[in-house]
Design a binder for this molecule. Sequence first.
Ligand SMILES: Nc1ncnc2c1ncn2[C@@H]1O[C@H](COP(=O)(O)OP(=O)(O)O)[C@@H](O)[C@H]1O
Ligand SMILES: [Mg+2]
Length: 601
Amino acid sequence: MSQPHAAASSFLALYLRVIGLLKPDRPVVVAVSLANLLVAAIAFVEPMLFGRVVDLLTGAVPTGDGPLGGTAGILLLWAIVGLGGIGLSILVAWQADRLAHRRRLGAFAAFFEHVLQLPPAFHDATHSARLLKIMLTGADHLFAVWLGFFREHLASLVSLVVLLPLTLVLNWRLALLLIALVLLFAVVTGIVVHKTHTMQWEVESHHSDLAQRAGDALGNVVLIQSFVRLGAEVRALQDITRRLLGAQFPVLGWWALLTVLTRAGSTVATLAMFALGAVLVRANLTTVGEVVTFMGFATLLIGKLESVLGFARALFFQKPALDEFFGVLDTVAAVRDRPGAVDLGVARGAVRFEGVRFGYRPGKPALHDLTLDVPAGTRVAIVGHSGSGKSTALALLLRLYDPDAGRILIDGRDIRDVTLESLRRNIGVVFQHSTLFQRSIADNLRIGKPDATDEELERAARLAQAHEFIAALPEGYATLLGERGARLSGGERQRLAIARAILKDPPILLMDEATSALDARTEARLQEALRAVMKGRTVFVIAHRLSTIRDVDLVLVLDQGRLVEQGTYDELVAKGGAFAALVRAQLFVEPPDPTVVAATG
Ligand SMILES: Nc1ncnc2c1ncn2[C@@H]1O[C@H](COP(=O)(O)OP(=O)(O)O)[C@@H](O)[C@H]1O
Ligand SMILES: [Mg+2]
């Protein structure tokens, strides 16, 4: 995404894509476009009527018969056409604004939905603040392009491309001068765009860096304050700003030059038109009225050219941000529903891994040939050193990633053959770092079950040992949490996460170091609750304290991504292998906690 050239599309393709986003509003788009074209045509009729009146007044052409033969008739026609043009312009402005606002929110929603379903691998690599910037800036730029399209571009482009050649019929000598002028504009603009577009890409990536850096700092205020990093962070931000301006200034210089050239060009063009007109009138090759018409065309076209140039300039500066926006939209989720994926329904919860191999990076597998068979309702503990692949195994079961080889089955069905939605509906998760929304406690719990009653909420909270502390809060279940659950202790956050999973009531429950943020006493109390929660479900527990997994049905020992032992706790201790060594190591560094002994009796 930050690769300028990979994502860089041509201006025309980008423009067409932006306009293409208006598709859901096609009827309005067509109506407004037609009105716009009429406005453009009227703008061309007016100078012609003007020239005709002048010729009638100077006697260059004789007064004809019929309603349009004389000055009065032409003036009347002019008035009607002029008023019609004003009416149409109002219609265009009115409808175009509404349309642009509507589609802007539409683009927003589409981006939001797309990003939320992108895999963790994408989000690991892209800071949320950067995404937010890309979404906001992109939607704003889309809005600007759409409004510009309806307010000006369409009419201007049609005037230039279709109507300009028509002037050839009126007087080819004067027309050629006009056409030469337009071509010159186009060429000079093209040169400036060519010279500066790579530079503008760099500017945009600095903008995104700025958003990312600021977002990262804002998300870690406590860290910054406690490590006295304020000065350093501000300086880092200023650094990015400096680089941004350093990249932006040369681009601005080129475009300022272009503006100056445009202004000068329009003066030169007017003078040239006058001079050529004078010569042609003297040689009897045209009339004064026709010269007046062409002067009108020239003024009009210079206006249009400036508007097109303004638009090219705007699109030029917006293009990198729009490319970033579409770059994200074009990111395909590696994990998604297969065509024909079916709903898993309510699973029994039998889990099988068959020869599963997976690595986050090629050539560095995190899991090797993992095979295991877990009947429904089994409580499984996965143990092993840090980095041995425990969390990865659970991530694969949740289908956050797909295995590189092998397959994972639930109730005998490959999880890639069922819809992601139904798979994840069947799995509850409690992670080490529980994540909470900046919403009320009740809202956070209901994520597990949106239609849960207050009684159900309380029952789940009681089971998770959370009711007591929630009830002690001034606003109880209605208490608003801070960003990511700030204002709660780690243990409290964790108990909310457990309550949330209880409420979801899934056949399969994954707990990754779910209780390691708790003190030994709370953990011991929670063990009772967890035992109740685990009943009748397939549960995978990754626990830091091995004492908490004594009574699971099956212990799996991972070492460097391989399953090295499996059996019950007592079997494995008796066997005296890798697991026994882990238990011994823990006893050695962590002598039995007296509070645990006291609490569990
Ligand atoms: N998101 C990730 N991107 C790249 N490598 C990762 C990622 N998550 C984990 N790893 C690596 O995969 C291996 C297994 O990690 P993990 O499953 O988290 O171990 P555990 O949970 O047993 O501590 C480790 O080498 C770790 O560095
Ligand atoms: Mg882990």
